[in-house]
Design a protein around this ligand. Structure first.
Ligand code: UFG
Length: 330
């Protein structure tokens, strides 16, 4: 089986390529390296540097590589940036996907697994969130991901293309080897920011609000290990290869942890003190986001292996403590 991974040099993309390669698949990666890292490209994968908005480039990849399926991670994904620069998100996320779909249709490639997000739901009416719950994004990022899902749906109906959309909750952790891990610039995610404290890169972690209606007043999220997310992509490709119909799945552990609990778990995982200071709330943060992943478990046969938060953070720490500057060499 040959799989084309768009955005395969990014955080979740690179971990998925590592799992795909381990499963025996042949992997082709496309990445423009705007936010991805050459060092995260799996050594056994064939790599093309280029942008999915470039039709000539995308066509040339499909002409050279007869792929069975596509996994699509190539998108901008910062919620804050999507609010200050929405058109960047429409351009890369939507225009890029339009070009990709045109080229897939032209080359008869009819299966795609798509990297979606809990941000498609917006403020949930209830938790755990089901795939059938209302989707009302509260930021441009989530809006573009939802629009991408609809592009797959309507293009699929017209051109016999099938898709699986995977709506991730809070991706975290790193590959067991410690060779690849999370490296965003700027970093906005809770766990890498917490680990900057024991790494000596910041004095304290800011806790964004402590008067939410939760058990300790801090926000609750569903943290899911990146390798478990990666495995779900492999199962989704298999699901499409077996001829199954297009579908959408949530991916989370189904358990929520408060920001304070995550900080405490990080203290235990690192064995080091981590100072926390309460700061103002961040605009647009829902109090709690927890996935119902029953559908992925039942239909795809997905079973997350990493359910212990301390162990998940320990895997992230293995990466961050040895790569305090991410992939940058100092
Ligand atoms: N947080 C802090 N301090 C920080 C950073 C984060 O307290 O320095 C809190 C946030 O307020 C939030 C929690 O930690 O309550 C998790 O924040 P992240 O930024 O790590 O993740 P989000 O839940 O905001 O975002 C994640 C994904 C997004 C996706 C979103 C869906 O990273 O891509 O879920 O709502 F859009």
């Amino acid at each position: 089986m040959k799989v084309l991974v768009l955005g395969g040099a990014g955080y979740i993309g690179s971990h998925t390529v590592y799992e795909l390669a381990d499963s025996g698949a042949e992997v082709v990666i496309v990445d423009n390296l705007e936010t991805g890292h050459l060092e995260a490209v799996h050594p056994a994968a064939k790599f093309y540097k280029g942008d999915i908005r470039d039709r000539g480039f995308v066509d040339s990849v499909f002409e050279q590589e007869k792929v069975d399926a596509v996994i699509h991670f190539a998108a901008n994904s910062l919620v804050g940036e999507s609010m200050t620069n929405p058109l960047k998100y429409y351009d890369n996320n939507l225009c890029g996907t339009k070009v990709l779909l045109e080229s897939m249709v032209a080359h008869g490639v009819d299966k795609i697994v798509f990297s979606s997000t809990a941000a498609t739901y917006g403020e949930p009416e209830r938790v755990p969130i089901m795939e059938t719950d209302k989707t009302e994004p509260t930021n441009t990022y989530g809006e573009t991901k939802l629009a991408m899902e609809k592009m797959f749906k309507w293009t699929g109906k017209a051109h016999n293309l099938r898709f699986v959309s995977l709506r991730y909750f809070n991706a975290c952790g790193a590959h067991k080897s410690g060779i690849i891990g999370e490296a965003h610039s700027p970093e906005t995610h809770l766990i890498p920011l917490i680990l900057q404290v024991p790494n000596g890169k910041r004095d304290a972690i800011q806790v964004f609000g402590d008067d939410y209606d939760t058990k300790d007043g801090t926000c609750i999220r569903d943290y899911i290990h990146v390798t478990d997310l990666a495995q779900a992509h492999i199962l989704a490709v298999k699901y499409l290869m077996e001829g199954n119909e297009s579908s959408i799945f949530n991916l989370g552990n189904g358990v929520g942890f408060t920001v304070n609990e995550v900080i405490e778990a990080a203290r235990k995982a690192t064995g080091l003190p981590i100072k926390a200071v309460v700061s103002p709330k961040r605009a647009g943060d829902p109090a709690r986001l927890i996935a119902s992943s029953d559908k992925a478990r039942t239909v795809l046969g997905w079973k997350p292996e990493h359910t212990d938060l301390e162990e998940i953070i320990a895997s992230a720490w293995k990466w961050h403590s040895t790569h305090p500057d991410g992939f940058e060499k100092k």
